[in-house]
Every structure is written in structure tokens, then in C-alpha cells.
Design a protein around this ligand. Structure first.
Ligand SMILES: [Mn+2]
Length: 372
């Protein structure tokens, strides 16, 4: 009888991580962190004797991952002697000609769905039937309704559905109509593809990516552990789902407001005040400078100057505007060619082009000592 299972997926194992700053160093550490999260989940399943682990697609980042990485996973699954592993493929690791799942042998406790129509596997000792479909190509514009409609659920069993796709009507990533699939009466719906973990009211859940993969993936990450209580007299199952957080380095994006009065040291101070020192030395940071800056201040080296205050830092000063009073400058230079030149720049129609033209001209004139 089933009492507890793990719902995970979207690990994207084998992903080559790139970073703007010293990409190789951070990419290498990130790769290790991802494998550690996977190994920890396997260790937890083993130690806790979890009966079933569901992998809802995109376990691997692509169909071109190294065979040694696939073997590493197969070995980990094989070591789970008391656990069934049931897996569907996703858009990244789809089961086509080059499928990673064809490249190694899988142990008997591992079941992989290999078709893009709904099939099921019944695990008798758990009184559980798992329905699922895998991706065999990298795009689906429609849900496989025909095979879904033909499914006949046995009420006496605990019924799980596994799908990798997007809850949307128009998408190339397998559109899912939640209301439609929830009406079928599954006890648990294990979804994959969306990397933000979340439950829907109808008992469907996205497990999310167990480790955040880029700056777009914020908030807590981990996998889901579902607990099942059965009322056998009435064939009723109650599932409660808990979130098991995996500690990992987070991605943080902050906007730093700069004013024309700020000195270079003030800007450094504002940047390092974005978070505690413990957090700064732990996580990935992207700082976006906004507002107005004294035109004397160059931010070309700000990233280097912040490096030691953060584990990882990248900065963007492209939206920062130099504090220049064009009208005043024109007035002050009314009687010379500079004033006429600045006035001409002021007449440029496209505001972006105008801004760039003024900044570059004034910077050039200041560095040459023409303008003070
Ligand atoms: Mn996906």
C-alpha cells in the first residue's frame, strides 16, 4: 500500500552553466551543486525507504548529455532497493532517436514511459497505478486527448497522472487544461516543466526545479513529498503534499538607486548594503544601478571593486543616467561653438539616440578639458 512518495523532476542534470563573470569557475561549482542535490534526494529516498519516486520530465538537460552522467543516474536509481522510480521524459530529454534513456541499462525498479500517448504501470505491492506520457520529440502543440480520454481508472487503486507541460491553451510545450485533467479523478497529478514549485487547488502540483538554474528562478526550491492516507472501505485516498527544501545558492536581483550626490564610495556602500554579509558570500547577485550619477564617476570597474564582498556579482549600469543639466550648459556656452553643438544635440528627435549623443559628447569634452 502506498503511504509516501517523492515527486521531483526538472533537474536538468548535465547542464553547462554559464556566468557573465568568470563563467568557468562558477559554472563548475554550480554543476557540483546540482549533482549534490540529486545525490541528496537519492540518499533521502534510501534512508527514509520512500516507496516511490516520480520524475516528471527533464531529468537531463538535453539529449546530448554525457553517457557517464546518464550512468551516474542509473547507478543511483539501482541503489534504491526499496524504491520504485517512475519517469517520464520532457522537452529537454525527449525520448527520440538520440534519447539518453536508450544509452544505458536501467535496473528493474526503474520504469520509463517511452511513448507520447498515455499508458500506465500498475505497481501491485503499492496498489498504485501510474499513468503517464513521455515526450518523443521536442514540441507538442496539443494535449494527447484521444489516449487520455480512453483511460479507465480503477477506483480501488491509488491513481497518479504524470505529465510534462504547460498550463496554457496556446503553447509549443504541451498545453494542459487543468480542469479537464482534474475531472478524470486522479488522486495525484504530478506535473513537470514549470520551474516554480506550486500546487493547484485540484490536487495537481509542479515540483519545480530542485536547484534554481538562473537569475529568473527565485524563491525556495526542492521537491515534493506526498503522504497518502487510505480509507479502504470506501476506496478513498487523501493525499497531503509537503515541500522538502534543498539548500542551495539563490539568485538575487536588486535595484540600487543612485543619486547625483553619491560619491564612488557611496555607490560601493549602497551596493554592499543590499544584503547581509552571510548572504552576500553565499548567493548569486545581479545589481542594477538606477537613477542619476555624477558624470565624473566611471562605473567600469565597479564589478571588480565589489568582487570581494560577494560570492558572485554582476552589475548593470546601462540604465543609469549621468546628471547633466543640458539647458544650463547651453546657457553657459551660449557665445561659443560648444553651446551651438549642444543645442544641436538637444534637437535630436529619438530620445534614446539623443541621450547617448549627449552623454558621449559631454564625456569626451570633459575628459579633453574642453568642458568643465
Ligand atoms: Mn521542460
Amino acid at each position: 500500500m502506498i503511504t509516501r512518495f517523492i515527486h521531483s523532476g526538472d533537474f536538468h542534470l548535465g547542464r553547462p552553466f554559464t556566468f557573465q563573470q568568470q563563467g568557468n569557475y562558477f559554472g563548475k561549482n554550480k554543476r557540483k551543486e546540482l549533482w549534490k542535490a540529486f545525490d541528496d534526494m537519492i540518499a533521502y529516498a534510501g534512508k527514509e525507504e520512500i516507496q516511490l519516486v516520480l520524475i516528471a520530465g527533464d531529468l537531463f538537460d538535453s539529449v546530448n548529455v554525457l553517457t557517464m552522467d546518464i550512468k551516474r543516474v542509473a547507478e543511483a536509481f539501482a541503489g534504491l532497493e526499496k524504491t520504485w522510480v517512475v519517469l517520464i521524459t520532457g522537452n529537454h530529454d525527449y525520448h527520440g532517436d538520440n534519447s539518453p534513456y536508450k544509452k544505458v541499462d536501467w535496473s528493474n525498479n526503474v520504469y520509463i514511459f517511452r511513448e507520447d500517448v498515455f499508458r500506465s504501470i500498475y505497481i501491485k505491492e503499492l496498489n498504485t497505478e501510474i499513468y503517464g506520457m513521455s515526450w518523443v520529440k521536442n514540441e507538442y502543440r496539443a494535449f494527447p486527448e484521444r489516449s487520455f480520454n480512453s483511460l479507465k481508472l480503477d477506483d480501488a487503486r491509488y491513481n497518479i497522472l504524470m505529465v510534462h507541460g504547460e498550463v496554457a491553451s496556446q503553447t509549443h510545450y504541451l498545453p494542459i487544461d487543468l480542469h479537464y485533467i482534474e475531472n478524470k479523478g486522479f488522486d495525484y497529478i504530478a506535473l513537470g516543466h514549470i520551474h516554480k514549485p506550486g500546487m493547484t487547488p485540484g490536487g495537481a502540483a509542479y515540483c519545480g526545479s530542485p536547484v534554481p538554474l538562473n537569475f529568473g528562478e527565485t524563491g525556495e526550491r526542492g521537491y515534493l513529498i506526498a503522504t497518502v492516507e487510505a480509507d479502504y472501505d470506501n476506496n478513498e485516498y487523501t493525499t497531503s503534499s509537503g515541500f522538502y527544501a534543498i539548500p542551495s545558492r539563490r539568485y538575487e536581483t536588486f535595484e540600487i538607486q543612485i543619486t547625483a550626490e553619491d560619491s564612488y564610495n557611496d555607490i560601493i556602500e549602497k551596493a554592499t548594503s543590499c544584503d547581509t554579509i552571510e548572504n552576500r558570500l553565499q548567493n548569486y547577485y545581479r545589481l542594477r544601478f538606477l537613477g542619476y550619477v555624477n558624470p565624473e564617476i566611471q562605473l567600469d570597474w565597479i564589478n571588480d571593486d565589489l568582487e570581494e564582498s560577494f560570492y558572485y556579482i554582476e552589475t548593470d549600469a546601462s540604465l543609469l543616467e549621468p546628471d547633466i543639466d543640458l539647458e544650463k550648459l547651453i546657457q553657459e556656452n551660449r557665445d561659443n561653438p560648444i553651446g551651438q553643438f549642444l543645442e544641436a544635440l538637444g534637437n535630436i528627435e529619438d530620445p534614446q539616440v539623443k541621450k547617448k549623443a549627449i552623454i558621449y559628447s559631454i564625456e569626451a569634452m570633459m575628459s579633453e578639458g574642453v568642458l568643465k
